[in-house]
Design a protein around this ligand. Structure first.
Ligand SMILES: [Zn+2]
Ligand SMILES: [Zn+2]
Length: 259
């Protein structure tokens, strides 16, 4: 429900519909994104059950009321701790998913979308989506976590995942991994693996500053910028995947020469 409600609202009110004209937008892309997400979500949910079963049976460090915190400031501290911890491990899991031996089998379905829509946010191979969620499930077994904070964070994570796929480039922050950073990831693959921050990307050398053009209304969707994106993306996709087997909305596909 969070996926459909948030992605639909984002699609209606935030997502720039000019994306449909992008040379790398796929034929029937939104239907394909929803189909992939609908296939993945029930399987990811099943994989998650053991963690939830352990939690409701009291095996985690989750606590009931704010008064049960190890010390009162921890009620606030748990939020940045959760985000920094999970961001670090998602970085490495995501980077691992880009390893050539793994990428084609598990992560390629999420990279089918060169210009994602909000509906691409949960469109993964189920093992990929689950792998990237493991840090969230491990956290409450290592650190204390207030149970309502966990629910709030769970909702936040899902909204965030939609937001980084909506193509609305609000954040030009040096630390936040916003939609512009994640658009760079979908276009050019081997950069910006982080989920919430660019910290690990900066430390481990995979940060790529989003193109300046993305932050200006008149250049964001300009033909010049699109041509530049297309040219570089085509070179990288050859290195990462070999032949590009996506079916683009302008009719170009595998084997056809792209102008
Ligand atoms: Zn990726
Ligand atoms: Zn993505």
């Amino acid at each position: 429900m969070i996926y459909f409600v948030c992605a639909s609202l984002s699609y209606l009110f935030v997502f720039d519909h000019a994306t449909f004209q992008h040379p790398k937008y796929l034929k029937n892309q939104i239907v394909l994104e929803m189909r992939q997400a609908l296939f993945a979500m029930p399987i990811m949910a099943i994989f998650t059950v053991p963690f939830f079963a352990l939690e409701v049976n009291g095996y985690s460090k989750m606590y009931d009321t704010f008064a049960d915190a190890p010390f009162s400031a921890y009620n606030l501290l748990q939020v940045p701790l959760f985000l920094i911890f999970t961001d670090f491990f998602i970085y490495w899991i995501h980077r691992g998913l880009h390893h050539p031996r793994v990428y084609k089998h598990l992560h390629k379905p999420h990279h089918k979308w060169i210009m994602p829509t909000p509906f691409a946010s949960h469109a993964f191979h189920p093992v990929d989506g689950f792998a990237q969620s493991i840090p969230y499930h491990i956290f409450p077994f290592i650190f204390p976590l207030q149970k309502f904070a966990y629910i709030a964070l769970f909702v936040f994570i899902n909204i965030w995942t939609v937001m980084i796929h909506d193509g609305e480039y609000v954040s030009q922050s040096v630390i936040i991994n916003g939609a512009a950073c994640h658009t760079m990831h979908h276009l050019y693959f081997n950069y910006n693996y982080g989920q919430f921050t660019t910290i690990s990307d900066r430390i481990f050398g995979s940060y790529r500053k989003p193109n300046e053009e993305l932050f200006h209304k008149d250049t964001k969707m300009s033909n010049e910028e699109w041509t530049r994106q297309k040219k570089e993306m085509e070179t990288i996709v050859k290195e990462v995947e070999g032949d590009d087997d996506r079916g683009y909305s302008d009719g170009t596909a595998e084997g056809k020469k792209v102008q």
